[in-house]
Design a protein around this ligand. Structure first.
Ligand code: PLP
Length: 423
């Protein structure tokens, strides 16, 4: 079950072996014969030869996340950005098109709208609260995937995963969901029809702001062979890998991740350090306990802010009356997450004065770790967007994002109260 898998998933030591996931801090692995090594290069035998492609520590932690999400295969990457990029580039190339929710993390938006556009992949961004008809209208014959975030950062919109999955599947493409804010403790997108899940493990999975990292998990449910013309990279021989056809050799459960490792890791090298993967594995051990406390603290703070005269509005899907309350009850029954967005009455200037007055919550470009931090996205993570793009991303200029940590909620509320008093 979930709590047990957080502790034991991906690694069961044999007699006399270390109880913790071992850190295999080695770039290379030794073999007796060239023939042995050749089999690994041909993907005919399983094993390790060079950490840029695969490493045992990384794979054990990936297997833990795979188990938590209920997938068939998973890989770790050096960052969440790398996970977002790989998840799409593994099945799309120049001339292709992707439909994405517009309320996504600013860094992902920039990756899609600027950098991947330069690579010839075009994105259409749609309001995730649109009707099914509007969503369906965004697809084109060359669309290769639909993308969204379970809980959008920082808009905190909750994705209607079933609606998105229906649209994706009716157009014969996979739904890719960034499950960073919800974590598999809060939501398992595969159970609602998503095909691929990605994470910035830098956030709650690590939980202690210790290591930047990413993960991709495959549900194994999307039938690439049914749409073979659309996904030739998976369904026809790969000349760069000795003529292997990934779906034939590794089946629907293994093709997508094997291709991403064999081709994209080989060529882009976005490999996490084994030490970082160890820290991630350690963080995951306490994920359920931490998430429960994050959610409880955040709910209390959202209620406090909601009743404060100097707060213009509060967005927290765990708060009764929130626009996303009903979707959160469906998709996030354990609780929402630890992030609360709100506007300080008086707009941008008041928000800046308020933030400067905080003593316990620190101003940081981060969310989702043990210590409370706060950010004004319009002047930080989302500063590359103009006002119209900010609006489409659900980020108003006065929006303040509070990532509620594991401190005593009374201390956090006292800190917010004194800062609000002084503006
Ligand atoms: N996805 C989401 C939802 C994020 O919040 C972030 C980072 O904040 C990323 C992806 C990118 O992850 P990383 O910073 O680990 O590259």
């Amino acid at each position: 079950m979930f709590n047990t898998d957080c502790l034991h998933g991906g690694y069961r030591p044999e007699n006399g072996e270390p109880r913790n996931i071992p850190i295999i801090q080695s770039t290379t692995f030794r073999y007796e014969t060239s023939e042995d090594m050749g089999k690994l290069f041909d993907l005919e035998a399983e094993g390790y030869f060079y950490t840029r492609l695969q490493n045992p520590t990384n794979d054990m932690v990936a297997a833990r996340i795979c188990k938590l999400e209920g997938g068939t295969a998973a890989m770790l990457l050096s960052s969440g950005q790398a996970a977002s990029f790989f998840s799409i580039f593994n099945i799309a190339s120049a001339g292709d098109h992707i439909v994405s929710s517009s309320t996504i993390y600013g860094g992902t938006y920039n990756l899609f709208a600027v950098t991947m556009k330069r690579m010839g992949i075009e994105f259409t961004f749609i309001d995730p609260d649109c009707t099914e008809e509007e969503l369906n209208d965004a697809f084109r014959p060359n669309t290769k995937a639909l993308f969204g975030e379970t809980i959008a950062n920082p808009a905190l919109a909750v994705l209607d995963i079933e609606k998105f999955a229906r649209a994706a599947h009716s157009h014969g493409v996979p739904l890719i969901v960034d499950n960073t804010f919800a974590t598999p403790w809060g939501c398992r997108p595969f159970e609602w029809g998503a095909d691929i899940v990605i994470h910035s493990t830098t956030k709650y999975l690590d939980g202690h702001a210790a290591a930047v990292g990413g993960a991709i998990v495959d549900s194994g449910k999307f039938d690439w062979d049914k749409y073979a013309d659309k996904y030739p990279g998976l369904t026809t021989p790969d000349d760069s890998y000795h003529g292997i056809t990934y779906t034939k050799r590794f089946g629907l459960g293994g093709a997508y991740i094997t291709k991403a490792v064999a081709q994209l890791m080989r060529d882009f090298g976005s490999t996490p350090a084994p030490m970082n993967s160890f820290l991630l594995g350690l963080g995951i051990e306490t994920l359920p306990l931490r998430m429960e406390r994050h959610c409880e603290n955040a709910r209390r703070i959202a209620e406090y802010l909601n009743s404060h005269p100097k707060i213009a509005w509060v967005r927290y899907s765990g708060l009764e009356g929130d626009k996303y309350y009903e979707l959160a009850r469906k998709y996030l029954p354990n609780g929402s997450c630890g992030v609360v967005s709100f506007g300080v009455a008086g707009g941008r200037a008041a928000a800046e004065r308020f933030m400067a007055g905080l003593k316990l919550a620190s101003i940081a470009t981060h969310v989702a770790d043990a210590k409370t931090c706060i950010l004004h996205p319009a002047s930080a993570t989302h500063r590359q967007m103009n006002d119209a793009e900010l609006e489409a991303a659900g980020v108003s200029a006065d929006l303040v994002r509070l990532s509620v940590g594991l401190e005593d909620s009374e201390d956090l509320i006292a800190d917010l109260a004194q800062a609000l008093e002084n503006i």
